[in-house]
Design a protein around this ligand. Sequence first.
Ligand code: ADP
Ligand code: ZN
Ligand code: ZN
Length: 734
Amino acid sequence: MTTTSKNPLRIADIAVPGPFAGPLSYRIEPGQTPVPGSRCKVPLRSRQVVGVVTGVRPAQPGDSDTLKSIDDVLDDAPLLSPDVLQLAQWVSRYYLYDAYPAYMLAFPSALRSGETAELNDEPQLELTVSGEHLDPDKLKGRRQREALALLQSLTKAGQVCTPALLRRQDVERTHWKGLIDKRLLRQRPAQLFPASPTGTLRQQALALNPDQTAALATLPVEGFAVQLLEGVTGSGKTEVYLQAMQRALERGKRVLVLVPEIGLTPQTLARFQQRFQDRLVALHSGMTDKQRNNAWLRAQAGEASIILGTRSAILTPIPDLGLIVVDEEHDASYKQQDTLRYHARDLAIYRARLLNIPVMLGSATPSLESLHNAQQGRYQHQQLQQRAQGQTRARLETIDMRKQRQEHGVSERLLHRVRQHLEGGNQVLLFLNRRGYAPSWFCRQCGWMSDCPFCDARLTYHRGRHQMLCHHCGHQERPHQQCPECGSTDLTPLGAGTERAEEALAAWFPDTPIIRFDRDSVANARDLEQQLNRAQADGPAILVGTQMLAKGHHFERVTLVGIIDMDAGLFSADFRARERMGQLLVQVSGRSGRGDLAGEVVLQTFHPDHPFFTPLLEQDYPAFATQLLAERQRSGLPPFGYLACLRSDSAYPQRAEQLLKEMAGRLLAEPGIRVFGPLPALLSRRAGKHRFTLLVQSDQRSRLHTALQPLVADYPRQQRHVSWHLDIDPIDLM
Ligand code: ADP
Ligand code: ZN
Ligand code: ZN
C-alpha cells in the first residue's frame, strides 16, 4: 500500500453503472476533493463513466494497491444531500437492485450524463412600452414587421417570449435583433420562477371545518408521523395540505408534494400557485430536459420552497425539507413498473423517517396497505366526513344489463338518463375503461376473432386510423376483409371502446359537444389541458373516457356519471383487480355533484347482485375495504403477508418456466417461504415472448429478503434465451 504518513492515501466510494450492489473504490489524487453526493468521471473497464460519490475515507488494509484513480471531479459541492444518498442506498437494498440506477433516479437526465450543474435558462424577450404600442406597419423590413406583430400578440396573450418560442414560429434572431437596436424590445435574464397565472389574486386560507381542523391539529409540526387523510373528492383534503404546507413554510421549511402522473395538470399547479404565488417548481415528465434540469437545480439549491412533482421527484434533494405530501396515495402510477420497481409512497415514508418529519397521505380510496397501517396504529387516520362545501353525496344505482336493450354498449335506460341531464343544461360523464373502437374484430359466420400474432391477446379495432392495434406490444395491421378461417366477408367489430361510444353519442346527440379522454385523444399535458378547458365551458356536454377521467379533475357541471362497463374486474385472477376496481368506481362516482348540484351515478352491470358491489353501491368505501382486508388476511396476502413476484420471459416457454422452477426449488429450502407457481403469466405471451411468474410469500419481510438476495446475486437478469426480474411488493400481476 502506497501510504506515507505525510500523504495518507484517500479513497472515494463511487456508485458506477453495472450489476453492482454497492459502490466501487477509487483513489483520490492530490488536489481532488470529491465529497459524498458529488459526481465524478471515473474509469470502468475500458470506458469512462459518470459516478456518484457515496463516501470518502482513508485507505484501509483491505483496499487493493491497484485501485484506479478518479479522472475528474465534476462538482465542488455535493449535489445529492445525505438523506437522498441514504434513501437511494435503501432503495437499492430494499428492491434488491443495482445501486447505480437508484442514485441516478435522483438526477435529471442532463446531470446523469455528466453535464455541468448550472442553471441554463433562456433569456426572455420583453417588449418595451414603445414596442408594445408601435404599429408594426411603421417598420421598414417585412421580417421585422412580422416579428413585432408576433411579439405583440404573444404579449397580449400573456405569453412569456423566448428566442425558442419565436423560432418555433419561424422568427429567427436576425429578425428580432433589429427591434432591440430600436429599443422596441429588450432581453432580460429568465425569471427565477415562472410567473403566476396572470390576474390571479393571492388566495387566502379558508376557515377550516371541524374535520379539517382536527386533521391539521393532529399532524405534528415536527417529528416523524404519517397521517392518512381519507376523504371523498371535494371533502377538502387539498385545503388541509395547503395549510399544513403554509405552517411548514412559516417555520422556514420546504415542502415536497407528490401527485400521480396524470394529476399534475396546469389546474393543479395553478391551485398551488394561487396560494403560494411563487417559489414553487414543478417536476414531471411533460417538461423538457432543460426545464426539468433548471427546476431540479432550484430545488436542490433551496431557491424553491415548494416542489410539486410526480413519482421520481421523491428523490429530489431539498434543503430543510419539513413536510412531504402524497396526494392520491393509492394511485398505481407511484409504482414504477419497469427496471427498478420502486413505490414512491413507500420512499416518501422512508425519507420522512430519515429526516424525522411528518408525511401526509391523502386519498378518497386509500390503499389497503395504508388502511391496515392506520388500523395497526402506525399511522394517524383522519377522516373528512362531509364535503367541504356541503354538497350531498351522489346517489348510486345499478342497471341490470340482463334486462336491457342496448346499442354500442349503452342501455336504453342510461341513454334516457343522459338525455334528461343534458336537457337540464348539465354535463354527463361516461366511463368506459377501454380505448379504441372495439376490443375485437369478429366473424359472424364461424366466430373467428382477431388475435395478436405476438401476444396472447386480442387486437383492438381503432376506427380513426382503420387499424387493428395490440395494446400490449404495439403490433398493427389492417383489419381483415375476409375471414382467414372460413372465407366469409361477414366481419364486424365486437364490443365497444371509447371511440365507439363517442361515435354513437355524437349520432344520438348531434348538438352536444362530446369530449373524449383517453390515451388516443390525450397524448400529453397540453392535450389534457385543452380537453379540460372544453369541459369547463358553459352548457351541456358529454365527457367520455377511460380512467383518465377518474383522476382528481374537478368537473363542476357534471350531474350524471354513467359507468358503462366495470364487470371485468369482478372475475380477474389478479387479486389486486378488485381493489383497483372499487377504487375506480368510487373515484369516478366522485366526479359528479361537485358544484352546487347533487349528482347521480349509474352503473351498468350483468351482475347487479354481486356481493362485491354492495358496499360500493352504498358509497361505503371503508366497508368495502374492510371486506377486502378480511379476504386478504384469510389468504395471507398483502398487507398481511409480504409478496414478491419473479417474472421470466423467453422465446422458448420451457426456458422461461425452467428458470423459475429452479428458483422456486431454492426458495422452498428457505424457512418461512411459500411459493406459488411458476405459472404462465396472466398475459402469457407478449411481443413474441412467453412469460411466467412465480409468487413468493412470507409472513416476515426480512425472510423474504434473505431468501431472494442470493438469487439476485447468482442469476444475471439477462441470460441467453431468457431474462427475468424481481418485483418486490408487486401491484400488478399481469
Ligand atoms: P379535495 O382535495 O378533498 O378534493 P378540496 O380541498 O379541493 O377537496 O376542496 C373542495 C372544494 O371545497 C374546493 O373548491 C375548496 O376551495 C373548497 N373548500 C375546501 N375546504 C373548505 C372550507 N373549509 N371552507 C370552504 N370551502 C372549502
Ligand atoms: Zn369466419
Ligand atoms: Zn401484441
